[in-house]
Design a protein around this ligand. Sequence first.
Ligand SMILES: *Cc1c(COP(=O)(O)O)cnc(C)c1O
Length: 458
Amino acid sequence: MNEQTIPYKIYLEEDEIPKQWYNLRADMQNKPAPLLDPETMQPMSAEKLRTVFCEELVQQELDDTTPYFDIPVEIRDFYKMYRPSPLTRAYYLEKALGTPAKIYYKFEGGNTSGSHKLNSAIAQAYYAKKQGLRGVTTETGAGQWGTALSMACAYFDLDCRVYMVKVSYEQKPFRREVMRVYGASVTPSPSETTAVGRKILEKHPGTGGSLGCAISEAVEAATSMEGYRYVLGSVLTQVMLHQSIIGLETKAALDKYGIKPDIIIGCAGGGSNLGGLIAPFMGEKLRGEADYRFIAVEPASCPSLTRGRFVYDYCDTGAVCPLAKMYTLGSNFIPAGTHAGGLRYHGMSPVLSQLYHDGLMEARAVEQTSVFEAAQLFARTEGTLPAPESSHAIRAAIDEALKCKETGEEKTIVFGLTGTGYFDMFAYQRYNDGEMVDYLPNDEELSRGFEGLPIFDS
Ligand SMILES: *Cc1c(COP(=O)(O)O)cnc(C)c1O
C-alpha cells in the first residue's frame, strides 16, 4: 500500500469492533500452571474460587482450551461508548528521532478512567450483575482500576467498594473524588474495617500500605458480606482475556492496510494490557503462521520478569488469595519510595510468565528518568500526555527506533499507549524539577523479597 494512503489515525468502523475475545492459552503448548489453594497447596477448585470470584469469571479463568469467547451484547454496547480506540502513526515522533522505523501506537486512554482497565472492568461488572450480586470489592493502587470499576458499577447499578493504597489515597485525592462521583465508596488501606487490615496496622503502625495489603482487605470484605464478590484489575487470565480486545482491534486495523509489525511492545505491571495487545499476534506465532518480536517493559525498580523468580507465590501480602506460578519478587517486595512510575506489582501474569520462560517474549527493565524523558519527548511531538506506566513502552519503542536509525532498517514498531498522565503530575513535577532519581534494588534487597516466597513441595 502506498505510504500516503495510510491515515494518521486508523479507526475501525463500529461494526468492526471484535465480537469475541481471544483466549491465548488455547494455542499455548505449555499451559500456565494452575492456581493453588493457599490452605492446601492443591489446585484451586472451581467451587472454592466461586466463593471469591463471580461464577462466569471463574469459568473463564479455568478454561485453557476454548480459543474464543463471545462478548455479550451488553458489554459490546458499553464498548461502543469509547471503542474502537485509535491506532495512530507516530509520524512526528519518528521525525524527531530521524528514524526510518514506522511507529504505531494503540491509545487506550480515551475514556474517563484514562486507561485500558475499563475493558475488563465492564466485563467483570456485567458478570457480577448477571449473577444477581449486590456489589463487588477491589483494591486500587494509583487509582486507574478503581476508577474504571466505579464507572462500570455505576453503569450496571452495582455497589462498588474500593480499598485504595493509603499513600495514593492521600497523594491522589482527585482520583478518589472521581470514584466517588461514580458512586464508589473508597477506604484507605490498610484500614480498621477488616481483620487483615487491623493485623497489618498492628505490625506496621503508620504504614502507607501496598497493593498486596489492599488486595487482602478487599478479598476479606467480599467473602464476609452476603452478595459480594472480589474483582481484580490485572494479573488474572480472565482480565487478559478481556484485554485481548486491544490486540484484536490493533490487528484488524493493521490488516486493513496490509501492515505487518516487526516488533510489538507494551509496559508490564500485572501483564494484562501487554497480554491483551500481543494475544492475537502471539497466537499466530504459536501456531507457526507468522513471527514477531514481543517486548515487555518493566521498571528497573520493580523488575519481576528480568530479576524475579519463576515460582509459585502469593498474589497478596495477607496470603488469602490463591497462589500463582509466575515471575515474582516475593509478595513482601515493595519498590523503593522514590519510585514514581507505577507498575509496582510484585508478580506477573502467569500466562506472560510462561511465554517469557519459554523464550517466546523478551523483557527489559528501564530506569524512571529515562522513562520520563521518553514521556516528555512523546508529549511534545505527538501531543498526548502519557501515563508514566505507558511511557515505559514509549521508552522501548524509541530505543528500537533509534537502533533502526543506526542500521537503516525500516522496521514497523507497534506499542501500547495504555493511558493518560493527568493524575501523575507529582511524578512529572519531580522530573521537571530535576529531583527524580533512579533506583536499582541490589541483590540483597531482592533476596529479602525472595525469603518471603512460600516453601512447599509442588
Ligand atoms: C494499570 C495500568 C498499567 C499496568 O497494566 P497491567 O495490565 O497491569 O500491566 C499500565 N498503564 C496504565 C495507564 C495503567 O493504568
